[in-house]
Write a protein that binds this ligand. Structure first.
Ligand code: ADP
Ligand code: GLC
Length: 504
């Protein structure tokens, strides 16, 4: 743990901000990128970090799967054909330019030409191992075909975690790869790409890699392990989560594997795209506002209350939730404490889709607390903006949270986050006990337990009555600079570290 902490601090103190004279050729490989494909925060990160690196003068290319939904929205030129360098498979590669970034879409037979990214109403697609093994192989095959060897490949989560081991073995056949380094970023350790051992065949890696020191994990094959063990350096999306990944509680069974490489592990808190998330210019919200002119936020609140049929005279703060409805997000704690929450005088608006049980529970709660609680079971990008703009408080009771972007958006829009003190939520929201709240940007609670969650909510209601203090906290939150332009230089430092000889 010390190793991680020390290195994170060291990096924070480099001062130079990672500016480099020499542009780096960076290729990202990821399964989501806003606005082409997004199911959560990964899409936001890949939609913004490459653009910020481009603004610094680096040359960036992103590989994405050629999902069917992208072709519904964008006119794309006919593809080029590429043969797989690892097998006799073939790919079609579509190309487009997006705000200075080259985007390549990898089509592999009909593997991505279906509705849904990772699954459908029946659950995850049964051929996900094949789909993302082909994605990784297709991306590398295309780079080789084009002789487009970047200085560095940055892969994200299990869907592109096979790139580092594939590259490791490909170097023997094509020495051009020897100058290419890899960085692997973990956005969520719980999703590991763990499959039946027979699925190892899809990786096209030599059999020896299916051992304990390779991709084998409790008899299965783990794509995530490939990214951790074979990358030059690896990272996650907050400093606190970098430490938490090493613990039994948050390590998701991989803590031992993470520990093997903890000296090559870094934590970098996510940023936000402040062109997309700006209440002064946001086309999705009914009235623009800013920290200097916050008054129109009240109009956004009134419009949201009207839109969701919430009582405008409830008195307490309007609390909003914008979330995947997954175990991670702790929405069950809200359900468990619903009656007490309503008694405390708050109103509640929840936007989210996911686990059936949670959707059912929230729909029932909304019908028993009409006018005080609204639930919208949808994925709705524009409504999410109106929720942050209209809400007084964002609830994010997450069991764990590698980074979290919702709380950053909420702060920008003057909705104070009420979060559990874990991962990126602990790193990005400042909260101190009364009466020292003058510099705070939100509220925390610690134990994932109803009594503690409710005690925090009572305190929020008390602070809400002190509108002078509330407005001061709102201003602190809105003025917090979380833009990617401040974060991208830290990735450049990480890339420079990965490109140093003998890393790994
Ligand atoms: P995670 O990636 O774990 O879901 P993050 O906080 O990093 O969590 O990012 C979530 C992203 O997904 C944010 O951009 C949030 O606004 C968006 N989001 C989540 N659920 C919805 C929804 N139902 N409708 C619109 N946007 C959503
Ligand atoms: C994951 C995490 C979330 C993070 C996002 C982007 O989905 O759950 O905390 O913000 O990735 O890094």
């Amino acid at each position: 743990m010390d190793g991680v902490q020390r290195q994170s601090e060291e990096r924070m103190n480099t001062g130079a901000g990672g500016m480099t004279d020499k542009p780096i050729e960076i290729t990202m490989v990821a399964s989501e990128m806003f606005p082409f494909a997004k199911s959560g925060g990964l899409g936001d990160v890949i939609g913004a970090l490459p653009l910020a690196l481009g603004r610094m003068g680096h040359k960036v290319c992103v590989y994405l799967p050629a999902y069917r939904s992208i072709f519904r929205e964008y006119e794309i030129e006919p593809p080029g054909q590429v043969s797989d360098v690892f097998s006799d498979a073939h790919y079609e590669i579509f190309s487009l330019e997006h705000e200075g970034v080259s985007v390549r879409l990898v089509a592999a037979d009909d593997l991505f030409d279906r509705d849904g990214f990772y699954g459908d109403a029946r659950g995850p697609f049964p051929d996900n191992a094949e789909r993302y093994a082909r994605f990784a192989r297709g991306a590398l095959s295309h780079m080789e075909h084009e002789r487009a060897y970047p200085s560095l490949i940055h892969c994200h989560d299990w869907q592109s975690a096979l790139i580092p081991p594939l590259l490791e073995y490909r170097r023997a056949d094509d020495e051009k790869w020897s100058g290419v380094s890899t960085v692997f970023t973990i956005h969520n350790l719980a999703y590991q790409g763990r499959f039946h051992p027979d699925d190892f065949a899809h990786t096209c890696l030599p059999d020896e890699v299916m051992g304990m020191e390779g991709l084998e994990f409790h008899g299965d094959v783990s794509f995530m392990k490939g990214g951790i063990l074979f990358s030059n350096v690896f990272s996650t999306v907050s400093e606190r989560y970098a430490q938490e990944m090493l613990t039994e509680e948050q390590g998701e069974g991989l803590e031992g594997v993470v520990a093997l490489r903890k000296n090559s592990l870094f934590g970098i808190m996510n940023g936000i795209d402040d062109a997309v998330w700006n209440p002064e210019t946001d086309p999705h919200i009914p009235a623009p506002f800013s920290s200097a002119h916050p008054d129109s936020k009240a109009k956004c609140k009134a419009a949201l209350q009207a839109e969701l049929a919430l009582d405008p005279d409830a008195g307490g703060p309007l609390c909003v939730v914008v979330s995947r409805l997954a175990h991670q997000k702790g929405i069950d704690l809200i359900l468990e404490t619903m009656d007490e929450l309503m008694d405390s005088g708050i109103s509640l608006a929840i936007l989210g889709t996911g686990e059936e049980e949670l959707e059912k529970g929230l729909a029932e709660a909304a019908s028993s607390h009409r006018g005080r609680m609204a639930f919208v079971p949808a994925y709705d990008e524009a409504l999410s903006h109106r929720m942050y703009a209209g809400g007084d408080v964002l609830l994010m009771p997450s069991r764990y949270e590698p980074s979290g972007l919702n709380q950053l958006y909420a702060m920008r829009y003057g909705a104070l986050p009420y979060v559990r003190r874990v991962g990126g939520l602990a790193d990005s929201v400042s909260s101190s006990p009364i009466p020292d709240r003058d510099a705070d940007t939100g509220f925390h609670y610690d134990q994932f337990a109803p009594a503690e969650f409710l005690a925090g909510m009572e305190e929020i209601c008390r602070v809400f009555l002190d509108q002078g203090l509330w407005r001061m906290m709102m201003r602190n939150a809105m003025e917090k600079d979380s833009g990617w332009d401040g974060v991208a230089p830290r990735y450049v430092e990480l890339y420079e570290k990965a490109m140093r000889p003998q890393t790994r």
